[in-house]
Design a protein around this ligand. Structure first.
Ligand code: SAH
Ligand code: SF4
Length: 348
């Protein structure tokens, strides 16, 4: 809820406007998730709030801490529909990675979440609730949020937009520090551009070639490389925000010299950064493997030589299965399929 919505929910309780401001301040700016700890509220109101509202919908099923400072939580709302969020401390900032859905209907072949199937969309409260839960664990302020946990954020656009607005207006984060990663749902990329929030959009491209991308990501049959890149170019034109191209390096499949050249050609003239992500091992039918350092270096070198800006994702939280969907996969027992796949699943 925004503070206006909190004021409305307080109804005819005394000083609703002032109280809503105090509650929003505690909840969103200080991540105080217990009404009894909101000490400038009258005791009577704290008890009343306890009886009628839930400040934090999430419960923790698993909490793992990595030796590199990464913390990964598996959360739920009292049922067995678990989803993941990760705290990522760096020297210069603290970031977090959160989920937009329970599972994911997109079925990417390399992704533990995709292999596990789909349950449902998360509400805006459950999305922001992940941030607040992680903030309540961190002494340092979490300034950055990436939507790279479970789910495809653009399939849950309404709740995503509300969550982005809450993170900006109430929590006080800069839109520029919010990154939404998408598999490339073209109509929703245009809808997001229309919302005119200066957030950062990242496209999971993973191959410049349709024949390779088709094998990895069923979505490519519906919106192939050319179309999705045009949507990203238009997104840049509409928002002025430089885009990120995420590129998964799977040994012998996406990390070939031909694809480095084709990728450089594809992004020519597009203001973007290519983020290289060596495959995090997931037990796939196809036996996908992570390329050795040398192969990653030469792929990156080929892009550098052609003037493409690149970064490389450093794997963190390795000892706690922090990569996309891995922990939930373990929880369900090796990618136990979820019931019900959304009609939005794009089939070849
Ligand atoms: N659904 C969105 C966001 C969540 S996935 C999307 O696909 O963009 C976040 C990122 O993790 C995506 O770039 C995805 O391709 C990547 N990813 C999924 N499985 C992975 C794996 N096994 N190793 C490395 N990256 C992976
Ligand atoms: Fe869904 Fe993203 Fe995983 Fe694909 S990579 S299955 S879109 S979470």
């Amino acid at each position: 809820m925004t503070r206006e919505e909190i004021a409305t929910a307080l109804g005819d309780r005394p000083n609703a406007k002032l109280r809503s401001k105090q509650i929003a301040g505690h909840l969103y700016q200080r991540a105080i998730l217990d009404f009894q700890e909101m000490r400038d509220l009258p005791q009577e109101l704290r008890d009343d709030l306890d009886a009628h509202f839930l400040p934090e919908p999430l419960q923790v099923a698993t909490h793992r801490k990595s030796t590199d400072g990464v913390e990964k939580l598996l959360v739920h709302n009292g049922d067995n529909q678990v989803y993941e969020c990760v705290l990522l401390p760096y020297d210069d900032r603290v970031s977090c990675c959160i989920s937009s859905q329970v599972g994911c209907p997109m079925g990417c072949k390399f992704c533990a979440t995709g292999l596990g199937g789909f349950d449902r969309n998360l509400t805006a409260g459950e999305i922001v609730g992940q941030y607040l839960l992680l903030q309540s664990l961190s002494e340092r302020r979490i300034s950055h949020v990436v939507f790279m946990g479970m789910g495809e954020p653009l399939l849950n656009l309404k709740n995503l937009l509300k969550a982005l607005t809450l993170l900006h207006d109430e929590v006080g984060l800069s839109y520029r520090h919010l990154t939404v990663s998408t598999v490339g749902i073209v109509p929703q990329i245009y809808e997001l551009a229309e919302a005119q929030l200066p957030i950062h959009l990242a496209l999971s491209l993973h191959s410049p070639l349709d024949e390779v991308r088709n094998r990895l990501m069923p979505v490519n049959h519906k919106w192939p490389v050319k179309e999705v890149m045009q949507a990203m170019r238009d997104y840049f034109k509409a928002t002025g925000r430089k885009i990120t191209i995420e590129y998964l390096l799977i040994k012998g499949l996406t990390d070939t010299p031909e694809q480095a050249i084709a990728l450089a050609e594809l992004v020519k003239g597009v203001p973007c950064v290519v983020n290289l992500i060596p495959f995090n091992w997931v037990d796939t039918e196809q036996g996908f493997a992570r390329p050795e350092r040398e192969r990653v270096r030469s792929f990156r070198g080929a892009l550098d030589n052609r003037g493409v800006n690149t970064t490389e994702r450093v794997e963190r939280g390795h000892d706690i299965a922090a990569a996309c969907g891995q922990l939930a996969g373990q929880h369900l027992g090796k990618f136990g399929r979820r019931a019900g796949v959304s009609p939005l699943t794009v089939q070849p």
